[in-house]
Design a protein around this ligand. Structure first.
Ligand code: ADA
Length: 569
């Protein structure tokens, strides 16, 4: 399912995960728009690169399965299709979505009774059509890579519910933004109620008349009873919130989500969670695994977070794209702070589709993920063009969009432009990627290089003066199993030394409130990237792609434990 909990008690939901007919373009013998025959069956969620013989396939493939209509409305929700999905029912196109990393929904107002052909055409090719998925230092897989569901809804249903906790003094309230969709051809009236777990009985939000085929957003703020338990990494208290639609007193639709009562604010150089300064420490984590590609199952996500917990992390950055909703649910449940960012890694602003695709990724990220208490920072456009006036125009546009869609969280982007960056004044938190112990110099270089750059950040002209600072990336490569007494670069010894020096410095620097290592595990990159990375992998993980710990693991654990003992989790 799409989440780690049931989103509905009334609305009927069927999983679309499981066996689908599958065929790639080279395997097809027909010339019709959609395949007449298929080559095999595959089990979704899946990345086709995990199929023997398709490890390097980049192109188009088709997934097909039979669905059953009952004459009423049907809503399909895909958690993620990598990277472009064109969806057909009985050969008629009913949906399209670009970008592997955000969910999308398709509403069929009336799916006739009987069997229907559901076909998803998936494309993971690169080119003019794709500004965000490009040759890059991570791999763009192909497939229906996250869970999908088919819902049988009432004529009117709740398609989204945004939950934002609000605090005034010791008083908590809850802001709700509910989107109601009328799939029928007539104007319909519904009552809307909301119930917060453990609070007083459900609250009647009003009676609403929704136009035929239309949508309406209901925004309300409700008080919640005293004694609410707040959410934090040490006490990740969550409350279920159930919204219901009633027709003449009968519950005809519902939507369940969860809220964690916490506020996140920037105060001077601190980021405050419920009035306590945060010190973030953890990893950049790509959704990547040799057995699953980016279609990582829940158990493997839990395993990754258990490893991070063992390393005394309290923070994870979803480099460089929105993550699977189940991963965010786990962070809510296990108490990890999350920096989630819209999809972009050092891509060109001049690409014709860039702005449209970046705005969509940003909108969808916030639209689908706003309720997760674990997300404490919104990010965007990692290492893009923040050193030119034209680039600044784009940063201004996207950062303003983030602030407008959700003013309740601080925002940032990870810069690699160093003293050339002219966008630090646009963000709430200044985040910098530095590899002073890897790409430029050696271990002795790290501290002087930072002190020199820090002097610039403290100058008024930088736009960064007086703001919180996150060291959003730092680290060193190590090929798993490569060990040498001389501790040269690429050995596990060198990586352990580099992370030791970096963590000892960044975790305790008075002006750095976040230290985010690059990166959690080794990940696949596109062929030829960076003049051909060893093994066509980015090898800076503390664990390798199979999550086998490298020599740096105990070093990281010790340094992170020291920080946890000093600053708390
Ligand atoms: C950059 C980039 C990361 C990764 C890293 C590296 O900072 O943001 O995605 O490519 O460099 O390993 O070089």
């Amino acid at each position: 399912m799409l989440r780690t909990f049931d989103e509905h008690q009334v609305r009927k939901v069927e999983s679309l995960d499981g066996w689908w007919d599958f065929i790639t373009k080279p395997e097809r013998k027909d010339r019709t728009k959609l395949p007449k025959t298929y080559a095999r069956k595959v089990y979704t969620p899946m990345a086709w690169e995990t199929l023997p013989g398709l490890e390097n396939y980049r192109g188009t493939a088709w997934f097909r399965k039979t669905i059953v209509g009952d004459g009423g409305p049907v809503r399909l929700v895909f958690g993620g299709v990598s990277h472009t999905a064109t969806v057909f029912i009985d050969k008629k196109q009913v949906g399209f979505h670009y970008d592997a990393f955000t969910p999308f929904e398709i509403i069929i107002p009336n799916l006739k009774a009987g069997e229907h052909d559901l076909v998803v055409e998936v494309d993971n090719s690169f080119g003019e059509h794709s500004a965000l998925h490009t040759e890059n230092d991570y791999y763009t897989y192909g497939g229906i890579t996250r869970p999908a569901v088919l819902e049988r809804t009432d004529d009117v249903f709740i398609s989204r519910m945004g939950l934002v906790p609000v605090r005034r003094g010791r008083e908590w309230s809850l802001r709700l933004d509910l989107r109601l969709h009328n799939a029928s051809s007539k104007k319909l009236r519904r009552d809307l109620t909301v119930e917060v777990e453990g609070m007083d009985e459900s609250v009647h939000l009003g009676t609403f008349l929704i136009n035929a085929g239309g949508e309406m957003t209901v925004s309300k703020k409700i008080a919640v009873s005293d004694g609410v338990k707040t959410w934090s990494s040490t006490d990740p208290n969550l409350y279920y919130v159930t919204a219901r639609l009633l027709d003449e007193g009968e519950v005809v639709d519902d939507l369940i989500d969860r809220v964690g009562f916490r506020t996140v604010e920037v105060k001077g150089q601190a980021v405050m969670l419920n009035d306590k300064p945060l010190r973030l420490r953890g990893y950049n984590r790509h959704e990547d695994h040799p057995h699953y590609g980016c279609a990582i199952p829940l158990e493997a996500m839990i395993n990754d977070l258990n490893i991070m917990a063992d390393l005394h992390c309290n923070f994870v950055r979803t480099c460089h794209y929105p993550n699977d909703m189940r991963f965010l649910d786990l962070c809510d449940e296990m108490g990890f702070y999350v920096w989630e960012e819209s999809h972009a890694r050092a891509v060109s602003f001049d690409q014709p589709k860039f702005l449209e695709q970046q705005e969509t990724s940003t909108r969808e990220m916030i639209d689908w993920h706003i309720s997760h208490p674990s997300i404490v920072i919104w990010g965007c456009m990692n290492e893009c063009e923040s050193a030119t006036k034209s680039g600044r125009v784009v940063y201004e546009k996207i950062l303003k969009l983030i602030k407008r869609l959700d003013p309740s969280r601080p925002m940032t982007f990870a810069s690699c432009r160093h003293k050339g960056d002219i966008c630090f004044d646009l963000v709430d938190i200044v985040s910098v990627n530095r590899y002073d112990a890897w790409y430029s110099g050696d271990l002795s270089n790290l501290k002087p290089a930072w002190e020199d750059f820090h002097k610039f950040l403290k100058s008024p002209k930088s736009g960064a003066k007086g703001k919180p600072i996150i060291m959003s990336e730092f680290g060193a490569g190590a090929i798993y199993g490569t060990r040498q007494p001389q501790r040269a670069k690429w050995t596990e010894e060198y990586q352990a030394d580099a992370l030791d020096v970096s963590l000892e410095y960044y975790l305790h620097h008075p002006d750095i409130m976040g230290a985010c290592m690059w990166q959690f595990c080794d990940v696949r990159v596109t062929k030829g990237w960076f003049n051909g990375r060893p093994r066509t992998m980015n090898n800076k993980g503390t664990v390798d792609e199979y999550r086998r710990p490298k020599l740096s693991y105990p070093t990281v654990k010790q340094r992170m434990l020291e920080a946890e003992e000093k600053y708390g989790r």
